[in-house]
Design a protein around this ligand. Structure first.
Ligand code: G3H
Ligand code: 13P
Ligand code: ZN
Length: 309
């Protein structure tokens, strides 16, 4: 099966009530761990690269590695630009063969976000590529003490309808209480499922995307800390909430932090337990295996996309 866009996997997800995992990739071991898990679960999967990942791994290497993964598997795989910062980066990825791009105009005001997103949509659609856009602001919501200000950062359902109609974007990333990284909540984890429901009412046919959706798996944080890391008080979105999101209309769930923790925990463990070891294959093999475990658990037990290939 060739590389695909997210169109069909999202149509299926909306019809059948599951979410597709979108996992950030930066190197070969991460790509292999993710795709091996998705293959075993017979699940569609989205591999996504940020502009930082593209700078690190280089776009040609990334594309060739993703193509190798596609050749070795028989599941739907999309390659997606995560948080495209501008038109030029989106165009570069479209021209390089990405099947999906995100234009993140959430830092701009509504009108500027509409104009930039529309420009990317026009170019992408002319090349058979789909576009994810973002409305609302993720970062720092949980730190906001002022409720009315904090409310203003969540995605507004009426604006979402206008935004989708005016831009023609294929999917929409929303802000309902998550944030990026390992420190998502100070107290209890809380997602605004009421806002998600209103957005689904306003744009029932638009696939919804949840960023900042790592669980920040406590066992992996503990393992990192046990072997010398300093990551105190990290907290993410519990599995139960992610499952609820996946059955209540979220079609794409973004995960990066959990993969970083998985890789770091295993590498730290090998370094601590086998100080004489300096063969990269010896510490990257358990790291790749842990990434596979994490992705397989999410696909099978949380997102519900097993056997949806
Ligand atoms: O949402 C951001 C992703 O975690 C990617 O992070 O820009 O450091 O590659 P990055
Ligand atoms: P996490 O930091 O929660 O893994 O979120 C990743 C993400 O949203 C990538 O776009
Ligand atoms: Zn994100």
């Amino acid at each position: 099966m060739p590389l695909v866009t997210t169109k069909e996997m999202f149509e299926k997800s909306m019809k059948e009530g599951f979410a597709v995992g979108a996992f950030n990739v930066n190197n070969m071991e991460i790509i292999q761990g993710i795709v091996d898990a998705a293959k075993e679960e017979n699940s569609p999967v989205i591999l996504q690269a940020s502009s930082g990942a593209i700078k690190y791994a280089r776009i040609n290497y990334l594309m060739k590695m993703v193509e190798a993964a596609v050749e070795e598997s028989n599941i739907p795989i999309a390659i997606h630009l995560d948080h495209g910062p501008d038109f030029e980066t989106c165009k570069m990825c479209i021209d390089a063969g990405f099947t999906s791009v995100m234009i993140d105009g959430s830092k701009y005001d509504f009108e500027e976000n509409v104009a930039l997103t529309k420009k990317v949509v026009d170019y992408a659609h002319a090349h058979g590529v789909v576009v994810e856009a973002e409305l609302g602001k993720l970062a720092g919501i949980e730190d906001d003490v002022n409720v009315s200000e904090s409310d203003a950062m969540y995605t507004d359902p009426d604006q979402a309808k206008e935004f989708v109609e005016r831009t023609g974007c294929d999917s929409l990333a929303i802000a309902i209480g998550t944030s990026h990284g390992a420190y998502k909540f100070k107290g209890e984890a809380k997602l605004r499922f009421d806002i998600l429901a209103k957005i689904k009412e306003k744009v029932p046919n638009t696939p919804i995307v949840l960023h900042g959706a790592s669980t920040v798996i406590p066992e992996l944080v503990e393992m990192c800390n046990k072997y010398g890391a300093d990551i105190p008080g990290a907290k993410g979105v519990p599995d139960e909430m992610l499952h609820e999101a996946s059955v209540k209309g979220v079609s794409k769930i973004n995960v990066d932090t959990d993969l970083r923790l998985a890789m770091t925990a295993q590498i730290r463990k090998t370094f601590a337990e086998e100080p004489s070891q300096f063969d990269p294959r010896k510490y990257l093999t358990p790291a790749r295996d842990e990434i596979k475990n994490v992705v397989q658990h999410k696909i099978r037990d949380v997102f519900g996309s097993s056997n949806k290939a």
